[in-house]
Design a protein around this ligand. Structure first.
Ligand SMILES: Cc1cc2nc3c(=O)[nH]c(=O)nc-3n(C[C@H](O)[C@H](O)[C@H](O)COP(=O)(O)OP(=O)(O)OC[C@H]3O[C@@H](n4cnc5c(N)ncnc54)[C@H](O)[C@@H]3O)c2cc1C
Length: 441
């Protein structure tokens, strides 16, 4: 048994983990893992930031040992793999054969189970929707109904509740994914720095639709005329490379043990953000990048989350509906900048209009903003309540995979299908997040 925390190291509820070694040993392991109240939760690589991957019992089913490939059809680009397989492991197998994951989050260490349960999105939401759009079927084990194979045709309600269902509707054993053909493992990336938020929206409107991927980094400490300045990065898979695509990785550097204080503060972020912004060209410039450089820059430093110190950090990720996004994102950035709260990694993404296949999927047509903050009492007492109000009044919502603070009322208003998921919840599965957002009975 090992002890696990979520990626933000906040809230501080270390989990005892019970490894599931084989698909048919799940039931026996689950019987040992549940606490006296009868609760546990599946966990993948704990790359969720807040408490959605933490069991209310603090006793989790560790799914990583289920990492076997079951079968593949390389003609159709369809693969069946156990739920503990990571995106990196998947890419090692499929990329040399000319197939890529159609949707990837910003870390290659997420498992298939985690990608389904959070219905993750990537830099190409405007083209391909969420991960769940490419899931053909999965095997689910429920403590009350046993094994269920789910797809759009078989158990469609359970299928929709499980995609983005936060691991509450059963334990995923395997997932069948439709991959995407690619001609190259390099990307042709267009980069340009922009001077303010208006320029971001102009660039994104002009260029997103010509590119498979688009994302922007924002300097959240910039003020006045420069509010929302940042760097726009759009990319397509290159078409010029004739050799079979490959996946090469440098061994990640390791962030040393937890410092006693957070390295992330206003002076360090100001220095970093200024230097980073100036590094990028003023006009649109094309460069060539590899898969890990473009998609997974943060994975180059193992345990980078330690730089926030032992108190950890919270990520605030919201999506604001299209019609009001320019105004509301400006107001959010202004509030953060005025508050003096520093975040290295403010990421802006436009989401497309593909209706998500999951009942609790996060993306909606609009603009998503994600920022990391060192944990402090002021966040929960002052900044977040104000930001939550702006998000709520705009008709937007927060991303449960990143969340450690939203109120039950906000969640239930933003995700009206929560009741269907609660009705379909496996009675033995309960997370700290879900307990936090359920109405008091
Ligand atoms: C650097 C970084 C960048 C990221 N970028 C993005 C991004 O761009 N887009 C995005 O959407 N997310 C992003 N994320 C979040 C991350 O992709 C998701 O939180 C993902 O779900 C993590 O996968 P995991 O295997 O670590 O799952 P965990 O965090 O361990 O678990 C996530 C959820 O999945 C459930 N779960 C896990 N395995 C199973 C299973 N076998 N059966 C049933 N339920 C299961 C858990 O109960 C939990 O509810 C990022 C995270 C990091 C650290």
């Amino acid at each position: 048994m090992t002890s696990v925390k979520s990626w933000g190291n906040y809230p501080d509820f270390p989990q005892s983990s019970f490894p599931v070694l084989w698909q048919d040993s799940l039931q026996a392991t689950q019987a040992v893992a549940i606490d006296t109240q009868g609760h546990t939760l599946a966990i993948g690589q704990a790359r969720s930031y807040g408490d959605s991957c933490l069991a209310v019992s603090d006793r989790v089913l560790e799914m990583r040992p289920l990492r076997r490939f079951v079968s593949a059809d390389w003609e159709k680009g369809q693969i069946i793999a156990e739920a503990g397989v990571t995106l990196e492991e998947l890419l090692r197998v499929c990329l040399p054969r000319g197939w890529f994951v159609p949707v990837t989050p910003g870390t290659r260490f997420a498992t298939l189970g985690g990608c389904v349960a959070n219905d993750v999105h990537g830099k190409n939401h405007h083209v391909r929707g969420t991960f769940g759009h490419h899931v053909l079927s999965f095997g689910l084990h429920r403590s009350d109904r046993g094994y269920q194979e789910c797809s759009l045709a078989t158990h469609p309600e359970l299928f929709a509740a499980t995609i983005g269902g936060l691991g509450l509707t059963g334990v995923l054993l395997w997932v069948k994914v439709q991959l995407m053909p690619v001609s190259s493992s390099t990307l042709t990336v267009k980069q340009q720095r922009f001077a303010n938020l208006d320029e971001f929206f102009a660039l994104s409107t002009q260029l997103d639709h010509e590119h498979e991927y688009a994302v922007a980094w924002v300097d959240c400490l910039a003020k006045g005329e420069a509010l929302g300045r940042g760097v726009y990065l759009a990319a397509n898979h290159a078409t010029t490379e004739f050799a079979a695509p490959t996946f090469t990785l440098k061994k990640p550097r390791e962030f040393p043990a937890f410092p006693s204080f957070s390295w992330v503060n206003a002076p360090s972020v100001k220095l970093f953000n200024g230097a980073y912004w100036h590094k990028y060209p003023k006009t649109l410039t094309e460069v060539s990048q590899g898969i890990s450089e473009y998609f997974y820059p943060l994975d180059h430093i193992a345990h980078w989350n330690r730089m926030y110190g032992k108190r950890g950090f919270q990520q605030y990720q919201c999506v604001i509906p299209e019609s009001v996004a320019p105004v509301v994102i400006r107001e959010i950035l202004k509030s953060i900048s005025d508050f003096g709260q520093a975040s290295f990694l403010a990421v802006l993404k436009r989401c497309g209009d593909a209706a998500s296949p999951g009942m609790l999927s996060f993306p909606m047509r609009g603009t998503s903003l994600a920022l990391d903050f060192p944990q402090s009492g002021e966040l929960d007492a002052q900044l977040f309540p104000w930001l939550d109000r702006l998000v709520h009044e705009s008709g937007g919502r927060l991303y449960p995979a990143k969340d450690a603070h939203m109120s039950g009322e906000s969640f239930r208003l933003a995700y009206p299908e929560w009741q269907q998921v609660e009705r379909l919840r496996d009675p033995q599965l309960l997370s700290r997040f879900w307990q936090r957002i359920l109405p008091e009975s």
